[in-house]
Design a protein. Sequence first.
Length: 367
Amino acid sequence: MKPKYLYIDDENPDALKSIVNGFNDVGEIEVELVDLSKLRDFESLKQYICEQNPDGLILDLRLDGDGQNRLSFPATTFAQDLRTLAVSGDVKFFPLILCSTSPKMRATYDVDKTSHDLFDYKFEKSDTPEWKKFSIKLKSIANSYKWLNERKRTVEEILNREDWQQFDSRIFEKFIDKEQDLKVNDIAQFVIKELFNHPGILIKERTVAARLGVDIDASGNEWNRLKKEFLEDCMYNGAFGNGWERWWFDRIASKFQSISKGEKLQNLNASQRVEILSKLGFTLISAKPIEPYCKSSEFWTVCEYYKTPLDPLEGFKIYESTELKPWQEPKFLSFSAELERKGRDRGLRPHPSELQNVKDLKEMLSK
């Protein structure tokens, strides 16, 4: 059966039909709008949600905004109470998904760090929502929650990897500490936000390509063939993995060394990496630096705006609302993107520690 999500939003129900239909038309999950005209107070809404026993809940951030069915409390307060009920065992743990406009996200959610642990995933209302992408993620989250609710899972089961202890012990210290009684939502937060959302032991497809020196778009089907024939056993397939494509970087690095006569990726430029991969029969196009300011092809990351390979030494760390863990790698913005102030509408801007470097480079180029 398809996972069922209930959707709570204070706006006019007619205005919300496009969101409900957007999900339901894809067919991965079922979404049902909660009729707030009949559930005005906190307790009656909470009781209704518990009785319905959904596989997940989608909430608008500002339930106490200026919508037609305005409530007297925000989504964060309601979400906190539901989490408390789950911890006490009164209801099962189920995903809480945040849905709101970009301005509201930045003005309220991004600055209220205490609320970040309440929600498993957030997506923005926009003119052209990626319903397929959102649906796949929400389906994966609901199914993984159900799997985690069945019984207490080991780290090996969660990651689907037996040799996890080879990694930095700080990554999994909360699992090792016997005094910490991790709940289902704690595990979801860890996997989605700490492992998936930042490069570290797991990396995204675009970062995989950057580290292999490959131009994804120019390589076309050959890149897809490389993923299937060479990288498939490097893909993460643990909890929540059906919603996020991630790769174990240590396995990728090891496989590359096995065909490069011991040469490490970080010691080679893009064309050298691609030349080694070509010995396996793949016709790949090596990536080029972002013009006109980047010169190095010793790629290790991507520009968060252009999503193309970048040498971190030629980029600027971006500002993030939460502090990075010691084992997480920062994300970067290229000078070209910063010079044109690209990505500002998505909150992409250099970290304060980088502002002097940006200023110095601008002054040097103006001479």
